[in-house]
Design a protein. Structure first.
Length: 165
């Protein structure tokens, strides 16, 4: 397909005319570790992309919980320990939070006191978008996609939605 002059290629750009868009949805279930824990879900994501036979497109990764987050960063044990310590200092679990005053809320009596987890989830974010190029995730050498558990242990789900051709 010839591109209009207003869409002339500049530098390293690549343009594609997508005739048939495929959408694939998958729910990933993860049993998380106690407290603040980071779970590398990159292998499952790479497997889903490989099984999809998509050449190009993108993948959305979305946490389905208000006390978990999704991030892309290096999966290195000392860094992960730094993250756990930083999050604990940033939003200490033992602080006084209005959300934790169960008597003033309309909720079950066994509701966890987890305001710190909600606050951290808001800061980190609940989703990421990953490009698919040449049938693979377009992540950098040291990048891993991680589910960040902020109130574990629990069984968690992550929504994975592939779009492409």
């Amino acid at each position: 397909m010839e591109l209009p002059r207003s869409h002339a290629l500049r530098g390293n750009e690549q343009w594609y005319c997508i005739r048939t868009m495929i959408s694939i949805h998958h729910i990933l279930t993860i049993s998380t570790d106690p407290g603040i824990a980071l779970h590398d879900i990159t292998p499952q994501i790479r497997g889903l992309i490989a099984d999809s036979d998509l050449a190009r497109g993108f993948l959305t990764v979305t946490s389905r919980h208000t006390t978990t987050a999704i991030t892309i960063n290096e999966n290195e044990e000392r860094l992960l320990e730094d993250v756990r310590g930083f999050f604990t200092r940033l939003a200490p679990p033992g602080e006084t939070y209005l959300h934790n005053d169960i008597e003033l809320r309309d909720c079950p009596p066994d509701e966890p006191e987890n305001a710190h987890s909600h606050l951290l989830a808001m800061l980190v974010g609940s989703s990421e978008v990953i490009p698919i190029v040449a049938g693979s995730s377009d992540l950098g050498r040291w990048q891993s996609v991680m589910l960040v558990e902020l109130d574990g242990p629990r069984e968690r789900t992550v929504s994975l939605r592939l779009f492409g051709e």
